[in-house]
Design a protein around this ligand. Structure first.
Ligand SMILES: [Zn+2]
Ligand SMILES: [Zn+2]
Length: 266
């Protein structure tokens, strides 16, 4: 194997993913409590001490929850954007671990032989980012909370071996939900979350011959349905004649099997 990913769970109740290279592991987000995070890591046979860094996409609690205690316990650096760090330092100091590595979106980071490129996404947080993670010519594109696949997101997420993309809500289910009108507007706005149709439509622009794995994530528990998004995405992949793509619709309450890219050189 060269590069792999394991979803520990995703949704508004908590998000975390392990990215594996031959040289070690990193986490994207730690949105579960420390105890739950460790439980899920052990369930997928990853030792917490093997984690070289935690990358934080943005400061919302479903991504940040376990970061401080987990990073402090294992002395792992939390990689956080400078603006997000600055905000947390002033407003929520207690959420920050001792070991911090700041970045600016566009800066490259290196951990466990992987090169990590954070890029700005549209979301209602201080300085939200997605990530492109590369290892020996293989690439993962990751964007879990975003209101739209804008030009920059398209440029970064296009032509990856593994694509991790949000499919948050079904428009009709959101409309019919008993959420407050302001919240519905927030979710559906350009800095909210990506709905099923926008996610599926974006596949036309993002998937290339190189893409072998698709993870759909951050699925709303109230305004979406795992089976619905699975059906929509499968229909889109069929239309694109991409039966070769392995797809996972990531759920909130369980971990998923690790997917490794094969070793053959590109
Ligand atoms: Zn968020
Ligand atoms: Zn979130």
């Amino acid at each position: 194997m060269s590069l792999g990913i394991t979803a520990l769970g995703s949704g508004s109740g908590g998000n975390s993913f392990v990215v594996h290279s031959t040289e070690g592991n990193i986490l994207i987000d730690a949105g579960f409590s420390r105890k739950e995070l460790i439980r899920r890591l052990l369930e997928v046979k990853v030792q917490p001490s093997s984690i070289r860094a935690v990358l934080l996409s943005h400061e919302h609690d479903d991504h940040l929850r376990g970061c401080r205690v987990f990073c402090d316990q294992f002395d792992i650096p939390l990689c956080v954007s400078f603006e997000t760090w600055n905000y947390l330092r002033r407003q929520k100091q207690e959420k920050l671990p001792a070991n911090i590595r700041q970045f600016l979106p566009g800066d490259k980071l290196e951990f466990a032989g992987m090169t990590i490129l954070p890029f700005t996404v549209q979301h209602d947080a201080i300085d939200p980012v997605g990530f492109v993670i590369s290892h020996r010519g293989r690439q993962i594109g990751f964007a879990s909370d975003l209101g739209a696949v804008n030009g920059l997101a398209e440029m970064r997420l296009n032509d990856c071996d593994i694509l991790v993309l949000e499919a948050n809500y079904d428009r009709e289910m959101l409309r019919r939900s008993d959420r407050q009108p302001y919240l519905k507007q927030r979710i559906a706005g350009p800095h909210g979350h990506l709905d099923n149709w926008d996610a599926v439509e974006a596949l036309n622009r993002l998937l290339t011959e190189r893409t072998k794995v698709l993870l759909l994530v951050h699925v709303s528990s109230e305004c979406n349905d795992y089976e619905l998004i699975r059906t929509l995405a499968r229909a889109q992949l069929d239309k694109m004649r991409r039966e070769d793509i392995t797809m996972q619709v990531i759920e909130q309450h369980r971990t998923f099997e690790t997917i490794f890219l094969d070793q053959s050189p590109r």
